[in-house]
Design a binder for this molecule. Sequence first.
Ligand code: IMP
Ligand code: MG
Length: 176
Amino acid sequence: MKEVVVKRIDEVAIIKRIAELAEQINSDYGDKKLHLACVLKGGVYFACELSKHLTMPVTIDFMSLSSYGDGMTSQGVIRMDQDLTMNIAGKDVLLVEDIIDSGRTLFYVENMLNKREPNSLTVCTLLDKKARREADVEIKYVGFEIEDYFAVGYGLDYAQKYRNLPYVGELQFKED
Ligand code: IMP
Ligand code: MG
């Protein structure tokens, strides 16, 4: 089988939408300090672009989780591969994700981070596959709601490939 990526959201639309999200965040937080907690690796392209449009004092930290292994369906087990390096107690934290699918990863991370007593914990995701939601999670900032297709590019991978595509595409498998 040959892998084919069909473009779904182009780079210009992504950058424009991220700037809009940032404007919304700027207006919601004003000049309060904001701490971005970015979920590696997928969220990194989004977090970097978003942070460039934020006007309040921003700090940024990264954590790495895995739920998917190399496949396309969730394994249902979430593992923390690398924790944040900074303390979040008392901070206004914006959790930055690439995509929310079942919401199980987010549910796990939110529970874990809330125990560290941030002043607030809010979620921002580039993509939302809302139709597949299983966990009860609240997402305040959504870049694009997408249908149920396997998305790659702009940070999202399939077996660690395609993260560097500047657009979001649908991964399809074709006969050779
Ligand atoms: P959830 O726990 O089912 O919400 O899955 C969340 C994680 O699975 C995301 O952070 C991604 O790493 C991965 N994932 C879910 N859907 C896709 C997709 O369409 N493309 C690439 N990765 C995905
Ligand atoms: Mg992820």
